[in-house]
Design a protein around this ligand. Structure first.
Ligand SMILES: Nc1nc2c(ncn2[C@@H]2O[C@H](COP(=O)(O)OP(=O)(O)O)[C@@H](O)[C@H]2O)c(=O)[nH]1
Ligand SMILES: [Mg+2]
Length: 418
C-alpha cells in the first residue's frame, strides 16, 4: 500500500473515488511535495485529518446524489402551483401538475426531475373521510421517503387547529424542512408583518423561519430554494441551475465554505502555505461552481484551471511581502492569504464560467491584496494567540457571510472592470 492509499482510506468510501481522481490529476511535483509534507511532519498527521474532514462535505456537495424534496400541506394552499414552478425547469411537460380552484384536485403523488433533485407533489394532507384518509397516507408516505419537506400553508387561511396538527405530525418525521406561507399576494401590505408573526407564533417558530411566497407568480421562490440549500448543501448546484439570478449567491456559499477550509489548512504550522491541499480544496470548489453555472468539468480540468490562474504563487509572494513588514503572526498571514486566494479563485471561476473570460494577472493580484487586507482587519480581533481550527473557520465564515459580497459581486466587478 502506498502512502497515498493509506491516506485515502481515511476518507468515507463514497468520496474515495473522487479524491483519487483529483490526486491523479496532480503533477508529479505536487504529489511529491504533498507526500513529503505528510512524511516530514509525522506529529502532524493532523494535516491529513483536517483535509479529510473538511473536504468530505465539499466533495459530497460537488458530486452529491439526488435528493427528494416533498411539497406537503393542506388542500388548496398552492402546493401544485409551487411544484410546477420548481418542475418548470424540467424538460418533460407531462411532469407538470394540474392546478385548480377546487380543493382535492391532486389525488396522487407526482414527481418531477428538477435538475439534480426530485420534487414531489402530494395531495392535501388534511382531508377527511375515506378518500381524504387515503390521500393523507399518500402525502405522508412521500414525506417519509423525502430528504427535505417544503411545508406549505395559506396566508389567508392562517394557522388554525388542523394546520397545527398537520405541522406537528409532519415535524415528528424529523426531516429538515422549511415552512412557506403561500398566497402572500392576497395579504394587504399593512397586515403582512402581523400575518407572518401570527403564523410563526401559532407554529412555535421564529418569524424568520417562515418564508412568505406567492407561488403563482414565483415571488420569493428563491428564498425557499436558499432555505433548502442551507440545510442540504448538495442541492446548491441544482438550485443554481434552476435559478440563474441566484447563481452568485449560491456560488458565494461554496466560496465561503472553501475559503474557511483554506484558512484552517494554512493554520497547520508549516513554513509556507500548504499549496497542494489548497489546490485540492480550490479544485473541488471550481467543480461545484461549474455545476452552479451549468457546466460539467472533471476534477482534472478544474485543477488545471486552478493552476493556470497561478494564485498559489501569487499567495506566496504576498506572504513574503507582508511578513517582511513584520508585526503580524505567520499563522494569521497564511490563513488570511489562503482564504483570500480561494475567494479570488472562486470569483475568477465565476467569471470564467459566465463569460469564458480569464482575469488578468494584474486583476487577480489587486483582488487578492484587497481581500487579504479585509480579512486581516477582521482577524486581528482574534488576538495574538492562535485560535483552534474550528474557531478560525467560524471567524472566516462569519466575516465572509456578512460581507456585502454575499448579496452582490458588484464590488469585485468594479475593481476588475474599471
Ligand atoms: N392568489 C394566489 N393564488 C394562488 C397562489 N398559488 C396558488 N394559488 C391558487 O390556489 C388554488 C389552489 O392551487 P393548487 O396549486 O391547486 O393547490 P394545492 O391543492 O395545494 O395543490 C388555485 O386556484 C391556484 O391558482 C398564489 O401564490 N397566490
Ligand atoms: Mg394540488
Amino acid at each position: 500500500m502506498t502512502l497515498f492509499d493509506d491516506i485515502l482510506t481515511q476518507f468515507p468510501p463514497d468520496v474515495q473515488v473522487m479524491v483519487r481522481k483529483i490526486w491523479e490529476a496532480l503533477g508529479p511535483n505536487e504529489k511529491a511535495s504533498f507526500l513529503s509534507l505528510v512524511v516530514g511532519f509525522p506529529a502532524d498527521s493532523n494535516l491529513v485529518k483536517i483535509l479529510v474532514k473538511l473536504s468530505t462535505t465539499q466533495i459530497r456537495q460537488a458530486f452529491g446524489s439526488k435528493h427528494r424534496v416533498a411539497i406537503v400541506g393542506p388542500a388548496n394552499v398552492g402546493k401544485s402551483t409551487l411544484y410546477n414552478q420548481l418542475a418548470g425547469f424540467a424538460q418533460n411537460k407531462s411532469d407538470l401538475a394540474v392546478v385548480s380552484l377546487l380543493p382535492g384536485t391532486t389525488k396522487e403523488n407526482q414527481q418531477a426531475d428538477a435538475a439534480l433533485f426530485t420534487v414531489v407533489d402530494t395531495p392535501g394532507a388534511d382531508a377527511v373521510g375515506s378518500v381524504g384518509e387515503h390521500e393523507k397516507d399518500l402525502a405522508f408516505s412521500a414525506a417519509t421517503e423525502a430528504d427535505f419537506l417544503v411545508m406549505v400553508f395559506d396566508a389567508i387561511q392562517g394557522i388554525k387547529k388542523t394546520e397545527l396538527e398537520l405541522f406537528n405530525e409532519l415535524s415528528a418525521l424529523k426531516k429538515p424542512f422549511v415552512v412557506v406561507l403561500n398566497k402572500i399576494d392576497l395579504v394587504p401590505h399593512k397586515d403582512l408583518h402581523a400575518v407572518i408573526s401570527n403564523a410563526a407564533l401559532n407554529l412555535g417558530l421564529e418569524a424568520d423561519q417562515i418564508v412568505p411566497i406567492a407561488a403563482k407568480d414565483g415571488k420569493n421562490l428563491g428564498k425557499v430554494l436558499l432555505a433548502v440549500a442551507a440545510t442540504e448543501p448538495e442541492m446548491v448546484a441544482a438550485l443554481g441551475q434552476a435559478l440563474p439570478e441566484y447563481r452568485w449567491q449560491l456560488a458565494w456559499q461554496t466560496i465561503v465554505r472553501s475559503a474557511s477550509i483554506s484558512a484552517t489548512i494554512a493554520l497547520v504550522p508549516l513554513p509556507v502555505i500548504n499549496f497542494v491541499p489548497l489546490v485540492i480544496t480550490q479544485s473541488i470548489m471550481v467543480v461545484s461552481i461549474a455545476r452552479i453555472y451549468n457546466y460539467k468539468i472533471t476534477p482534472q480540468r478544474a485543477s488545471e484551471l486552478v493552476a493556470t490562474f497561478g494564485l498559489g504563487f501569487l499567495g506566496r509572494s504576498i506572504f513574503q511581502e507582508l511578513s517582511k513588514l513584520g508585526g503580524l503572526p505567520g499563522w494569521l498571514l497564511s490563513a488570511a492569504i489562503a482564504s483570500s486566494t480561494t475567494v479570488v479563485m472562486g470569483y475568477a471561476a465565476v467569471r470564467w464560467f459566465e463569460k469564458g473570460e480569464k482575469l488578468s494577472a494584474e486583476a487577480l493580484k489587486k483582488l487578492t491584496q484587497g481581500m487579504t487586507t479585509t480579512l486581516l482587519n477582521t482577524l486581528k480581533n482574534i488576538g495574538k494567540r492562535k485560535p483552534s481550527q474550528k474557531g478560525l473557520q467560524e471567524q472566516i465564515t462569519l466575516a465572509l457571510e456578512n460581507s456585502p459580497l454575499a448579496e452582490s459581486r458588484s464590488a469585485l466587478d468594479s475593481e476588475v472592470d474599471e
